[in-house]
Ligand binder design. Structure first.
Ligand SMILES: Cc1ncc(COP(=O)(O)OP(=O)(O)O)c(N)n1
Ligand code: TZP
Ligand code: MG
Length: 207
């Protein structure tokens, strides 16, 4: 499966009261990957919400990943995104199997990307590229790093952090395969606007 296009990531606060409707609106517009990102420790709610997303993703033919939690991903038979403090990649690959999509946060480090590749990551993620309301303190990356990564890294490259329709095009032009977006997608007031934004993000990959 080709990893290229919009990578939508949920946010429990931002989507409160409109969780499934906004996610479905995004899937309607086209989503390559969907990540369930919930930083709470409410295991029952996390399982319930992730199962809800799984059903939606099956309907739309979208791949689901769970942020941080390889055990939950294994329980559902989906992928996982792991940051540098979320546990080592190799055991997660063994747990989830060779076909699972496993992503790795590499901040702005080509060394971390090389390590992730050697440990069996499916894609590497760099960022944040812009100011992020969701994660303001995330380490900064820039397009020079992205260009270097494109030349050196054989895996699909995800970019993240403050990405909107106004600033995403240069990232695609410099080699990004996946635009990972929370606020710039789900910050929309209406479901129709979420769908419009999803289509517009994907259109950046058309040429
Ligand atoms: C696609 C993608 N890239 C980076 C991250 C950030 O992961 P991490 O550094 O573990 O931070 P949290 O998201 O867990 O707060 C991501 N989730 N997805
Ligand atoms: C999880 C994460 N990691 C680096 S920036 C970020 C937040 C992305 O959210 P937004 O698209 O709202 O800036
Ligand atoms: Mg994490």
């Amino acid at each position: 499966m080709k990893l290229r296009g919009l990578y939508a990531i949920t946010d429990s606060q931002l989507l409160a009261g409109r969780f499934l409707s906004h996610v479905e609106a995004a899937l309607e517009g086209g989503v390559c990957l969907l990540q369930y990102r919930d930083k709470s420790d409410d295991a029952a709610r996390r399982l319930r919400e992730a199962e809800g997303l799984m059903k939606l993703c099956e309907r739309y033919g979208t791949q689901l990943l769970i942020n941080d939690d390889a055990e939950l991903a294994a329980r559902l038979g989906v992928g996982v995104h792991l940051g540098q403090t979320d546990g080592p990649l190799t055991p997660s690959r063994a747990l989830l199997g060779r076909r699972a999509i496993i992503g790795s946060t590499c901040h702005a480090s080509l060394e971390l990307a090389a390590q992730a590749a050697s440990e069996g990551a499916s894609y590497v993620a760099f960022g944040r590229f812009f100011n992020s309301v969701t994660k303001p303190g995330a380490p900064a990356a820039n397009v020079e790093l992205l260009e270097q990564a494109r030349a050196q890294v054989k895996l699909p490259i995800a970019v993240i952090g403050g990405i909107t329709l106004d600033n995403a095009a240069p990232l695609v032009a410099h080699g990004a395969d996946l635009l990972a977006v929370i606020h710039g997608l789900f910050g929309a007031d209406s479901a129709q606007e979420v769908t419009r934004r999803a289509r517009a993000f994907n259109a950046l990959f058309a040429s």
